[in-house]
Design a protein around this ligand. Structure first.
Ligand code: ADP
Ligand code: ZN
Length: 533
C-alpha cells in the first residue's frame, strides 16, 4: 500500500543529522544506549553487527541511517507477518516505506519496484528468498542503496533453532554490492551464534555492538533443592502472596500436580502444557492475561509472545536446558520495570536427569555436542559463587564491571570450602566399586552403611567403605552434584544413572588440583516448618 500523501511531515532533507531525524520523524528526544554509535558507523559506511534483546530498540539503528543517507535502505526480514505492521507504522510517521514478499499481487510488486527505481522509497522490507531471484538482483543494481539491514541475523546460524537456508543467500549482498554498508541485527547473542553470523555473512570487519541484555529489576536466585514444592510454596507465601507469576516445570504431569497442589494450598494456579486441549489452553492463557494474582504452572510451551507487564515472579522447578532459555523464561518477569524475582530450585537430580536425557536423545553427535555445551553453561550458572547477573550477561557478551547487588550471590555471598579430599574420596569410591553404581549407593558406601547389597558386592571390605563419615548425606549429594556439574564425573545412561569418571577428574584424583566447592546453604528445619501450613 502506498503512503498516504498530504497530511504528513515533509520528507527529510538529504543531510539532516541522525539526531534531527530521531526527533522530527520518530519524535524521541535522545538515543538509547549504543544506538547513536551504531547509527554513526552505518552512516560512515561501515558494517556493524548489533546484538540487543527484543525491545532494545534495534529498528532505529537502521531506520535512522536509511533516512539520513541518500538512497533506499533495504531491510531483509524473515518475519513476513510483521512486515506489513512495520511498514504501516512507518507510514504513520511519514516515512516512505514498502515491502516485497509473497503476500503481494503481481501488480503490487510492479508498483513497488517502480517506486524503488524512481528513488521514491526510504525503506524497503524484503523476504530473504527474494534475493536468490535474478530479477531482484537486477533491480538492486539499478537503484541507489543506502544500506542493507539484515534483521534476525541469527537465522543464518545452525547453532540456534531458527536456521533458514535462505539466509545463506545473504552473502551475495556483500559480493555484489561491496560498497554498501551492512547492519546485521539479532536478539540472540551467545558467542557461537555471533561467530557463525560473522563468518557466514562475511562480517569480519564489522564492529560488534552488544548491549541492553541487563534486566536490572529482576533479582536472580537459585536455591538448592530440598523439597522443591514446599520451597516454592514458601517462596510464594513469603514474597508473592496475591501476585501474578509463572512456574515452569519440565513435564506435563508435574505441571498438573503442581498446579493442583498450589490450589490446595490456597494459591490460585492454572496449568498450561501442550498435552491439554487447544480450548483449555487458550482459556487458561486468557485468564492469566486478563486477571491479576494468578499463577500459571507451565511447560516451556507457555510464554511465546506472552507480554504481561506485571508478572512479579518466574519460578523454575526444573533446570532449563540452556542459558538462553533461562534468560528468555526469566525475562517474562518484571516487564513493567518494577522489582521482580527469578527463582529456581536446583539439585543433583536435575543434573542427572538432563545429562541422561541428552545421552539418550536420538540427535546426531554434532548436535548432541552443542546441547552438552549449552547445558554445561547452564550448570555453571547454577554453581556460580560470584555474581549471577555478571555471568548471565557475560554469556551474551554484555559486560557488567561489578557485582550487581541484586542476585543471591551478591546479596548473600556464597562460602566455599576446599573439597579436594572429599572429591578424591568420592572419585575413588566410584572407581573402586567399578563405575557401575548411582549416587545413593555410593554415598552409602562412603558413609559405611550397614547394608545387605553392599556386603553382597563385597564393597564393605574396600578402602573407601566408611571413609566419608566426616560429611553427612546431604553434603555428599552436594559434592556429587558439583562433580557432575563440573564434568569430573559423567552419568552413564545405559547403566541406569551409574556414575563414571572422566579424564578431567585425574588431576583432582592425583591431588594436583585443589577443588573449591560451593557450601550449600541448608534450609534450616525451623524455617521450613514455618512455611508448612
Ligand atoms: P527491537 O527491534 O530491538 O525489539 P524496537 O526497535 O521495536 O526493538 O524498539 C522497542 C521500543 O523502544 C519501540 O517502541 C521503540 O519505539 C522504542 N525506542 C527505541 N529507541 C528509542 C529511543 N531512542 N527513545 C525512545 N524510545 C525508543
Ligand atoms: Zn549479582
Amino acid at each position: 500500500a502506498p503512503a498516504t500523501p498530504g497530511a504528513l511531515p515533509p520528507a527529510t532533507p538529504a543531510h539532516s543529522s541522525a539526531l534531527q531525524v530521531l526527533r522530527s520523524v520518530f519524535g524521541y528526544d535522545s538515543f538509547r544506549g549504543q544506538q547513536q554509535a551504531i547509527i554513526q558507523q552505518v552512516i560512515d559506511g561501515r558494517d556493524v553487527l548489533v546484538l540487543m534483546p527484543t525491545g532494545g530498540g534495534k529498528s532505529l539503528c537502521y531506520q535512522v541511517p536509511a533516512l539520513v543517507k541518500q538512497g533506499v535502505g533495504i531491510v531483509i526480514s524473515p518475519l513476513i507477518a510483521l512486515m506489513q505492521d512495520q511498514v504501516s507504522a512507518l507510514h504513520q510517521l511519514g516515512v516512505k516505506a514498502a515491502f516485497l514478499n509473497s503476500t503481494l499481487s503481481l501488480e503490487q510488486v510492479r508498483d513497488t519496484e517502480q517506486r524503488l527505481l524512481n528513488g521514491e522509497l526510504d525503506l524497503l522490507y524484503i523476504a530473504p528468498e527474494r534475493l536468490s531471484n535474478s530479477r531482484t538482483q537486477a533491480l538492486f543494481a539499478r537503484c541507489n542503496i543506502a544500506l542493507f539491514a539484515i534483521d534476525e541475523a541469527h537465522c543464518v546460524s545452525q547453532w540456534g533453532h531458527d536456521f533458514r537456508a535462505d539466509y545463506l543467500l545473504l552473502s551475495v549482498l556483500h559480493e555484489q554490492f561491496p560498497q554498501v554498508p551492512r547492519i546485521a541485527l539479532t536478539a540472540t547473542a551467545d558467542e557461537r551464534t555471533r561467530e557463525e553470523i560473522i563468518t557466514r555473512l562475511s562480517l569480519e570487519n564489522a564492529q560488534v555492538f552488544i548491549s541492553g541484555f541487563d534486566r536490572p529489576n529482576i533479582r536472580y536466585r537459585i536455591v538448592q533443592k530440598d523439597n522443591a514444592r514446599q520451597q516454592l510454596l514458601g517462596f510464594i507465601r513469603a514474597e508473592h502472596a496475591g501476585d501474578t507469576g509463572i512456574v515452569y516445570c519440565l513435564s506435563r504431569k508435574k505441571v498438573e500436580d503442581t498446579a493442583e497442589w498450589l490450589n490446595q494450598k490456597g494459591i490460585r494456579a492454572l496449568p498450561y502444557h501442550a498435552g491439554m486441549s487447544h480450548e483449555k489452553r487458550q482459556q487458561n492463557q486468557h485468564l492469566f492475561l486478563m486477571e491479576d494474582g494468578l499463577v500459571i504452572v507451565a511447560t516451556i510451551a507457555f510464554g511465546m509472545g506472552i507480554d504481561k507487564p506485571n508478572v512479579r515472579f518466574v519460578a523454575h522447578l526444573d533446570l532449563p536446558k540452556s542459558v538462553e532459555s533461562y534468560y528468555q523464561e526469566t525475562g517474562r518477569a518484571g516487564r513493567d520495570g518494577l522489582p521482580a524475582n527469578a527463582w529456581m530450585a536446583y539439585g543433583l537430580q536435575d543434573v542427572l536427569t538432563l545429562r541422561q536425557m541428552l545421552a539418550a536423545s536420538n540427535s546426531d553427535e554434532a548436535h548432541k555436542r552443542i546441547e552438552y555445551h549449552k547445558l554445561d553453561a547452564m550448570l555453571a550458572l547454577c554453581e556460580m559463587v560470584s555474581c549471577r547477573r555478571q555471568a548471565l550477561l557475560g554469556y551474551f557478551g554484555d559486560d557488567l564491571r561489578e557485582g550487581c547487588g541484586n542476585c543471591d550471590t551478591c546479596l548473600e555471598p556464597v562460602e566455599t570450602w576446599d573439597g579436594s579430599i572429599a572429591a578424591q574420596q568420592a572419585l575413588s569410591c566410584i572407581y573402586r566399586t567399578g563405575q557401575r553404581f548411582g549416587v545413593a549407593y555410593l554415598i552409602d558406601v562412603l558413609l559405611g552403611k550397614n547394608d545387605e547389597r553392599i556386603r553382597q558386592f563385597g564393597h564393605d571390605r574396600q578402602s573407601t567403605f566408611g571413609i566419608g563419615k566426616a560429611l553427612h548425606e546431604k553434603q555428599w549429594r552436594s559434592v556429587f552434584r558439583q562433580l557432575v556439574a563440573k564434568s569430573l564425573v559423567e552419568v552413564d545412561f545405559e547403566g541406569h544413572g551409574s556414575l563414571k569418571l572422566t579424564d578431567a577428574c585425574r588431576p583432582v584424583l592425583r591431588g594436583e588440583q585443589t577443588l573449591m566447592l560451593r557450601k550449600d546453604v541448608q534450609v534450616a528445619k525451623t524455617k521450613k516448618e514455618r512455611y508448612e501450613k
